[in-house]
Design a protein around this ligand. Structure first.
Ligand code: ADP
Length: 467
């Protein structure tokens, strides 16, 4: 079995426990099984980054190799191109892309730097797996240095339709960069289809034959979907061991006959948070019986605060929650509890279990693991109801949820009311279906599916629903 080399923008902490981070844990397991390397940015800035030797740490048969970035590279590559251009563009938000030529130069420079620094550690039969939107040009940078290894890429966020992609001044370089990988993996068939359509509609290095087979100078490139998931058992177990303060809160609500709707997201404009708060306001307005009977708990920790669009959403959320709370609060009831902090995972899991509705309404999302975590956390004998955006990648599999259009505030209010009043039998039935979908597509199946494709053990073609 060849060694696995995982490359991600931030190199993971290889000592994390299963409770802490789903994906990092799954990838670290795969590395331990085969032996290998995890390579990426240490999170540190250094103006001598280009001259510095990478920092190497050994954990059994896994090497953790970390490089630092100069302040300029951090600004142009990370804050700039990755998070002010690619993130909004790939979430269909051309309107807030902040494009500068210097950002793309920085992006290219850092992808080259990573390739340069990783090169001396590579062995000829290694398998390389790059993660996410920071590393689109990475395989090409390695190929330019003579690397012939199998290289795979997984995009954790959506991939936009061809005409949106083509609005980026660098679309040709980005797509041709992607084509240097042997396997290009997406979360959903929509994303995979968007790249295929681009290759048909726009000129690139690829040739697409009548069967949809894609080749670049004779080398076959596989484009497919590999839906990501969570470790359901670990999460379900965490949810059952509620910390005392969560148990007390659940008991208090039970005594008061009060239900809870929960939302948990990074405070990102892709998550549809303002419309979600408005939908809760509309629920209180349209269904007066929900007043004092339902609370909305929204947990949304800050993220990427050095990107300006995030300051805007923060202000908007504070003003919207303030307005609704001002209008409806009473001395013994606050309709919206808004927490702008991170919460430990075990507490989150218990809060999911103690909430009667999971409200997950991104305007566009690669997958959305919160939707899966909410379902995994439920008591199968008395499960809560998931209200899910049609534009979350998760909606492709989780069609037993109450699916909503996250732009339609009235529809969301109606579906919230339906969720809050849903009979036990229907809740159980929907939960059973949702459990099947999150078991079919969990962290393990994602990993095994992608690695099988990268090793060339499976052919192209979509993963089927019952895979
Ligand atoms: P994204 O990757 O865009 O943030 P996902 O829903 O796919 O969205 O994954 C988010 C992950 O971060 C989930 O595992 C979720 O439990 C976790 N998370 C989100 N908000 C918080 C929070 N306030 N505290 C702790 N963990 C959080």
């Amino acid at each position: 079995m060849s060694r696995l080399v995982v490359v991600s923008n931030r190199v993971a902490d290889l000592t994390v426990s299963a409770q802490q981070g789903g994906l990092a844990v799954a990838l670290a397991d795969a590395l331990r099984q085969r032996g290998g390397v995890w390579f990426g940015w240490s999170g540190e800035n250094s103006d001598k980054a280009a001259q510095e030797e990478p920092k190497v740490e050994q954990y059994g048969n896994v090497e953790r190799i970390a490089v630092s970035l100069s302040k300029k590279d951090y600004g142009d590559f990370y804050v700039g191109y990755a998070n002010s251009v690619l993130w909004p563009l790939f979430h269909y938000r051309l309107d807030i892309v902040k494009y500068r030529r210097s950002y793309f130069d920085g992006y290219n420079r850092v992808n080259q730097l990573y390739a340069e620094k990783l090169l001396p550690f590579l062995k000829p039969d290694d398998m390389i797996w790059a993660q996410d939107y920071h590393l689109i040009l990475f395989a090409k940078a390695l190929r330019e240095r003579g690397c012939k290894q199998r290289m795979g890429y997984f995009l954790h966020i959506p991939f936009p339709p061809p005409d949106l992609m083509a609005a980026s001044p660098n679309h040709k370089a980005l797509v041709n960069g992607l084509l240097a990988y042997d396997v290009i993996g997406f979360q959903t068939s929509t994303d995979a289809h968007n790249l295929r359509r681009y290759l048909i509609e726009y000129p690139s290095d690829a040739e697409v034959d009548g069967n949809g087979r894609i080749t670049v100078e004779g080398r076959e490139v596989r484009i497919d979907r590999f839906p990501i998931g969570i470790d359901n058992d670990v999460f379900a177990e965490m949810a059952q061991n509620s910390p005392d303060d969560v148990q007390i809160d659940i008991m208090r609500r039970r005594v008061l006959g009060r239900k809870q709707i929960i939302g948990v997201d990074r405070l990102d404009y892709s998550k549809g948070l303002p419309a979600r708060v408005q939908a809760f306001g509309r629920l209180l307005e349209k269904f007066p019986q929900t007043e004092k009977a339902v609370t909305f708990l929204q947990i949304a920790p800050p993220t990427r605060e050095d990107v300006s669009a995030y300051a805007v959403i923060r202000k908007e959320m504070e003003s919207l929650t303030g307005a609704i709370n001002g209008k409806y609060s009473d001395f013994n009831w606050t309709p919206i509890r808004y927490i702008h902090r991170s919460v430990p995972r075990d507490k989150l899991a218990a809060l999911f279990r103690g909430s009667q509705v999971g409200f997950v309404t991104p305007l566009r999302d690669g997958m959305n693991l919160v939707a899966k975590e909410y379902v995994a956390a439920q008591d199968p004998e008395d499960p809560g109801v998931l209200v899910l955006s049609q534009f979350a990648g998760a909606a492709e599999e989780m069609n037993a949820a109450l699916i909503v259009n996250p732009y339609d505030i009235d529809e969301m209010a109606n579906k919230l009311n339906k969720a809050l009043t849903m009979p036990l039998e229907e809740r159980k039935e929907r939960h059973r279906h949702l459990m099947v979908s999150i078991r079919n597509f969990d962290a393990r199946s994602w990993l095994d599916g992608f690695l099988a494709a990268l090793e060339g053990r499976t052919n192209g073609g979509d993963v089927t629903e019952d895979a």
